[in-house]
Design a protein around this ligand. Structure first.
Ligand code: NAP
Length: 458
């Protein structure tokens, strides 16, 4: 019998909803700062933990992916455990959590995306980056197929790091991704890809783009693609650029180098340039057209007068990478306009701005989809400090382990050892491809591996 099944008097039960970086940083801080008196259940709708690091970070960004090892170690802590296959609003409710935990931290990230709101956005072939990223990362509940075999031209809308990830993955040859963890079906689709042109569409200029310079430069280092930028879209020689931030200057230098290279005068000319990645600045998508699927994308010149002539690009696939968006959790306050749970230092606020006792929020659900993964550590620390300060004020009534409810409702759930079995199967598959793992994408197979026992044997 574990400590979770046999609560000691005075033990404080905390649920963290979501096992991505923000949830796990919160769990780590709770375990560290709360000590033996706190027991943390990290609850996820999937049988696989690690959220964005597993399903959002691009598979070829091996250094960021290696954060998995650090996040994994959170579950080595004796007072932290994983409960999978329990979706808030599906299998369990916010009220159930209030009944079984002294405090709940919502950390479900940003699972959806923003929309362009233009005609043709719902045509087949028009997708959110969320769908495309979920596909190449093997999300079991995501889009199952992207057939690229008849797609010659792709438009990626947005000037952020997600747009770069999408463009880079489309520009790479399948064999360049063979030693990553991409599912076999993704490798196969990339192998049969007919993509030749990848257009990145930015509604503002190169200086205003949100690309990180390191990620931007990666595009110029690809074996199989050449980057094109028009010098006409860069600042003119007489513009005063002295006030630019360092990152802006670095991005601008990268674009200027590429614009020069496009004239054939600098490095890059000797590369096999099977694919072409072209930046289009000062362009806003205004319409997607096609008989029964995407064929053309119309762009308006955002620097021109209203009604400025349209430019039209061929695009059989249009991917909008214009920012993620959090989804409201049933029974939890949500600011629809800002797309976040309203809070004060991580304490959830109701519609009247009053603190909802025992409810906390962390990560993208708290501050919106911005910042790098590490940003979530300080963010989670703030939330956990508020939570522990509130709990220290006591007194507390006893809370019964969530298993009592799960058993009563006959709700199957998975645990960390279930994930370890998935992990081991994926690693074994990775050996055949010479990579760290091959992702399992099929929901039934994941559950088969993860479900240790029938309910009655628990
Ligand atoms: P982002 O950085 O916020 O970029 C969104 C882009 O979409 C901006 O260029 C924005 O332009 C544009 N946009 C928004 N609405 C638009 C519209 N209606 N029409 C046309 N363009 C529109 O978002 P993201 O790329 O999704 O990234 C999310 C977060 O994850 C960021 O913090 C990012 O740095 C991080 N991330 C990091 C990495 C990495 O470090 N390797 C990888 C992926 C993601 P405006 O600026 O004009 O609004």
């Amino acid at each position: 019998m574990t400590a979770f099944e046999d609560p000691r008097p005075g033990v404080l039960r905390v649920a963290v909803i979501g096992s991505g970086p923000s949830g796990l940083y919160a769990a780590e801080a709770l375990s560290e700062q709360g000590g033996d008196s706190v027991l943390v259940d990290v609850i996820d709708r999937l049988p696989t933990p690690f959220g964005l690091v597993r399903y959002g970070v691009a598979p070829d960004h091996l250094k960021i992916k290696s954060m998995l090892a650090t996040l994994h170690a959170t579950f080595d802590r004796p007072n932290v455990r994983f409960l999978g296959r329990l979706g808030l609003g599906a299998e369990i409710s916010a009220a159930d959590l209030q009944q079984h935990y002294h405090a709940v931290v919502y950390a479900t990230g940003a699972q959806s995306d923003r929309r362009l709101g233009i005609p043709g956005e719902d045509l087949p072939g028009s997708h959110s980056a969320t769908e495309f990223v979920s596909w190449y990362n093997g999300h079991p509940l995501g889009e199952r197929t992207f057939d690229l075999s008849r797609t010659e031209s792709v438009a990626v809308i947005g000037a952020g790091n997600v747009a770069l990830d999408v463009a880079r993955l489309l520009a790479k040859r399948a064999d360049e991704l063979r030693t990553t963890d991409v599912p076999d079906e993704v490798l196969n689709a990339l192998h049969h890809s007919a993509v030749r042109d990848i257009h990145i569409i930015a509604r503002r200029g190169p200086v205003q783009a949100k690309f990180s310079t390191k990620e931007l430069r990666e595009l110029g280092e690809l074996d199989n693609a050449r980057v094109h930028v028009s010098s006409a879209e860069l600042p003119s020689a007489d513009e005063d650029l002295s006030g630019l931030a360092r990152a802006e200057k670095n991005n601008l230098k990268t674009f200027t180098d590429w614009a020069d290279a496009a004239t054939g005068t600098t490095a890059g000319a000797d590369r096999a340039s099977e694919r072409r990645v072209e930046f289009h600045f000062w362009r806003a998508p205004s319409r997607i057209t096609g008989a029964d699927s995407c064929a053309m994308l119309e762009l308006a010149d955002t620097r021109g007068a209203a009604g400025a002539p349209l430019e039209t690009l061929s695009a059989q696939l249009v991917i909008r990478a214009i920012g993620y968006r959090s989804l409201p959790l049933p029974g939890v306050p949500f600011d629809d306009l800002a797309g976040v749970v309203p809070h004060k230092a991580g304490r959830v606020l109701d519609a009247d701005g009053q603190v909802r006792p025992g409810e906390y929020v962390a990560g993208w659900l708290k501050r919106g989809p911005t910042g790098v993964i590490g940003t979530n550590r300080s963010d989670a620390n703030e939330t956990v400090s508020s939570l522990l300060e509130d709990l220290a004020a006591g007194p507390h009534s006893e809370r019964r382990p969530i298993e009592e409810l799960l058993t009563a409702l006959q709700l199957p759930y998975t645990e960390f050892d279930g994930w370890l079995r998935i992990d081991s199967a994926e690693r074994e598959a990775g050996l055949t491809r010479g990579g760290p793992r091959v992702k399992i994408t099929d929901w039934a197979t994941l559950l088969e591996l993860a479900e240790r026992a029938e309910l009655g044997e628990r």
